[in-house]
Structure formats: C-alpha cells, structure tokens
Design a binder for this molecule. Structure first.
Ligand code: 13P
Length: 287
C-alpha cells in the first residue's frame, strides 16, 4: 500500500539521512526503482512530473500501475507516489487519482499567492492523510519546458511557508535540474544553514540531485536535507546502456530485437544508479 512521505522523512531528518525521490517514466523505470528499494530495504519516493504523468496516460494509469506492482512484486518497504512540481490543478488531479503525496510548486508566484495556494492545499491534503511539499525560490535548469535561474530562497519566506502546515520544504540553494554547468558555483550552504535554523524540524528537500558531488550531498544532509530528488542521472544511465547494446549490434543477433531484451541493459543501469544513491543518501536498511 502506498504511504504518505511524512513519516519516512521525519524519520530521515531525525536519523540524519535522506530518502531518494526517483522520477519515473514508464513501467521499466518504476519496476527498477521498486525492486532496488526492496532489495536494499530502503524507503523510496516515486516522483511523477506533470509531463511524465501525461506521457504515462494520466495519473490514474500511474496509480494503477504502481499499486499493481506493490502487490505483484511483494514490495513491503515504504513507498510514496509523489507529484513533482505540481500546478494547483495538477495537485487536485493527483489527490483525486490516488497519489499519496504531492508537491505544489508555487515558487514562480509572488510570495503572498504562493502562501494562499499552499494553505488551501494543506487543508485538503491533511484531510486525506497525504503529504505536501511546497517550494520557495525557483530551482534552476529546465524541467518540462520551465526554465528557472537557480535562485537562493529567502530564509524568512521559507519560514512563512513552513509554518503553514506543510510536511517538507524545497528551498532553492543554487541547485539546478539536469547537468551542472562547468562554472557552477556549488550549493549555498550558508543559505541552507539559515533556512534550517528558522525552520527547525521541517525536512528540507534538495532538487537537482544529478551531478552534485558526494561531499556536498553529505554536507547538505548534515544541514537538514532529508529528501533528494534524482531524475536526469537515471535517464543518462538508461540511455548509455541502451546505446551500448545497439552499438554492439545485439539487437541483430538471434531474438535480440525482443523489447524485453532491448530494454534490459537500461533497466539494470537504472537499478545500479538507484542503489548507488541509496547508499550515498544513507537510506539503506532504513525501511
Ligand atoms: P535532476 O534531473 O537534476 O536529477 O533533478 C531532479 C529533480 O529535482 C526533480 O524534481
């Protein structure tokens, strides 16, 4: 059964580790992440962007697929199904469809509007026993056509949003989605420190997990990050493994064209990537 992400992230914050959110794109992605979580006895959050939800034939299809896998694959570790960077309307759709957690990304609104919309969603989500992530300070890079600049959030605004009754908070600290550019300045730990001092026990979320060096990840966890989102890194690993299979001409040998064979190396590559991250984040054996 899907669970809200609140309990697993409160435990992570208290235990000084982080739970990974891995974004899903299709059946192979979902199966690879769930099996890896089970094998490593780790809690996990499946992230679904609005674009990926549309690609997978809508939120109801996603809920049906994930619930089916939890049962058929005997997954017993805590799993949350979470909308990533949701619009207000997208949040309502996911609540209706049976997600267990949502993110409302109001970071592009003026702070008053972000507060007002987040507050409305807190009330709805609480009643359903779901968890809610809010965002302050746009995360840079491109996601689903939306380009942000990688701002650093204002700690006072973070405190205002954290006090609304949300369950975890994404705050921009110079992180961006996708690959980091050569001249990236790194994470702003001063900003993170100031945010944690004001928000206390609130689990903090680090987006743009792809390509952040291990020492920065560890320091971010020390400063209160309890959820780390990873998307691009699984895509790169999947694409590289698939390329290798095709370039070696394996699809031309015997029944190598069978989709279950073509997709197998990419599937294994996602599993290896997710396992590495779970080890780095410290969530292994924390189910
Ligand atoms: P990356 O694609 O950079 O790993 O970021 C993922 C993310 O933050 C999803 O919200």
């Amino acid at each position: 059964m899907l669970v809200s992400a609140k309990e697993m992230l409160d435990k992570a914050k208290a235990g000084h580790y982080a739970v990974g959110q891995f974004n899903i794109n299709n059946l192979e992605w979902t199966k690879a992440i769930l099996l890896t979580a089970q094998e490593n006895n780790s809690p996990v959050i499946l992230g679904v962007s609005e674009g990926a939800g549309k690609y997978m034939c809508g939120y109801k299809t996603v809920v049906g697929m994930v619930n089916g896998m939890l049962e058929e694959l005997n997954i017993t570790v805590p799993v949350a199904l979470h909308l990533d960077h949701g619009s207000y309307e997208g949040c309502l759709k996911c609540i209706e469809a049976g997600f267990s957690s949502i993110m409302f990304d109001g970071s592009h609104y003026p702070i008053e509007e972000n507060i007002a919309k987040t507050k409305e969603l807190v009330a709805i989500v609480k009643e359903k026993g779901m968890s809610l992530e809010a965002e302050v300070g746009a995360i840079g890079g491109e996601e689903d056509g939306v380009i942000g600049a990688g701002e650093c959030a204002d700690p006072n605004e973070c405190k205002m949003i954290a006090d609304l009754g949300i369950d975890f908070l994404a705050a921009g600290i110079g992180n961006i989605h996708g690959k980091y550019p050569e001249n990236w300045q790194g994470l702003s730990f001063d900003t993170l420190d100031a945010i944690q001092k004001l928000t206390g026990d609130m689990p903090l979320v680090l987006h743009g997990g792809t390509g952040i060096p291990a020492d920065m990840i560890k320091k971010a966890i020390d400063l209160g990050v309890s959820k780390i989102n990873v998307n691009t890194e699984c895509q790169l690993a999947f694409a590289a493994a698939t390329r290798e299979y095709i370039e070696a001409g394996k699809d031309l040998q015997g029944k190598g064209f069978d989709p279950r064979k073509v997709l197998a190396p990419g599937f294994d590559a996602i599993k290896a990537t997710v396992k590495d991250k779970m080890e780095l984040f410290g969530s292994v054996n924390k189910a």
